[in-house]
Design a protein around this ligand. Structure first.
Ligand SMILES: [Ca+2]
Ligand SMILES: [Ca+2]
Length: 227
């Protein structure tokens, strides 16, 4: 059956409307910015190892829930006291999408309790009662965990269970590693980690100008259709 002009306009108008609606839906369901330090999680903390000394066996773990890699080089690691360290890796220190990365006091597996470190820091310690892990980028974006009494268990790391990095949302690990302390450095922990899976879109799928063009075209077709 041959389509009339009116029918053709109607069909095109419907298609354009769908394009506009889907574009808006995509933008609404994604975060359109480059991955920031604040998009990551501090998924695990070993503040009080018992298999080795604290100065050898402390570590913490990050997780990248986004769909893009993130370079940790240049990020400042600090607490609310005098601890400060600027991450300075010879190569980009990439934490890839869906991956964990471990930063520790000592990268020698024979001395650190027997786990693999991705980056060794200095000038930063993890208190056994209360302390802070604050990661800051050059623009002031921050990822931080503030913990106090009850968070740290001797010989056991604390693993994050949910998207909110509050001390109550961490549980002591039940998986042993290396020399016998408990934790899952560099991998998923003993519990289901229920995190925010909203995708990050570095390149915005449709710039505002394209939206306007779509809406404009859609309106124009609407007007023509009514004639
Ligand atoms: Ca400690
Ligand atoms: Ca882990």
């Amino acid at each position: 059956m041959k389509m009339t002009h009116r029918q053709a306009y109607k069909r095109l108008h419907k298609t354009m409307s769908l394009v506009v609606i889907s574009t808006i839906a995509i933008l609404a369901s994604s975060k359109s910015h480059a991955v920031l330090i604040s998009d990551l999680y501090i998924t695990e903390v070993m503040a009080n190892p018992t298999a080795v000394t604290d100065s050898n066996g402390e570590w913490f773990e990050l997780f990248n829930p986004t769909n893009e890699s993130f370079d940790l080089n240049g990020i400042i690691l600090s607490d609310n006291g005098s601890n400060i360290h600027i991450i300075n890796n010879p190569d980009p220190l990439l934490i890839n999408s869906g991956e964990y990365l471990v930063l520790g006091k000592n990268d020698n597996e024979l001395e650190n309790g027997g786990y693999q470190t991705d980056y060794m820091y200095s000038g930063f310690t993890l208190g056994n009662s209360d302390d802070e892990i604050i990661l800051t980028d050059s623009e002031g974006n921050q990822l931080s965990l503030l913990y106090d009494n009850g968070f740290v268990s001797a010989g056991k790391s604390s693993e994050l269970l949910s998207a909110e990095m509050l001390t109550n949302n961490y549980n002591v690990s039940t998986i042993d590693y290396g020399f016998g302390d408990f934790g899952s450095p560099g991998s998923a922990g003993a519990y289901l980690f229920d995190y925010d899976t909203t995708p990050i879109t570095t390149s915005v799928p449709a710039p505002p100008s394209l939206w306007l063009a779509c809406i404009g075209l859609s309106l124009l077709l609407g007007i023509k259709n009514k004639r």
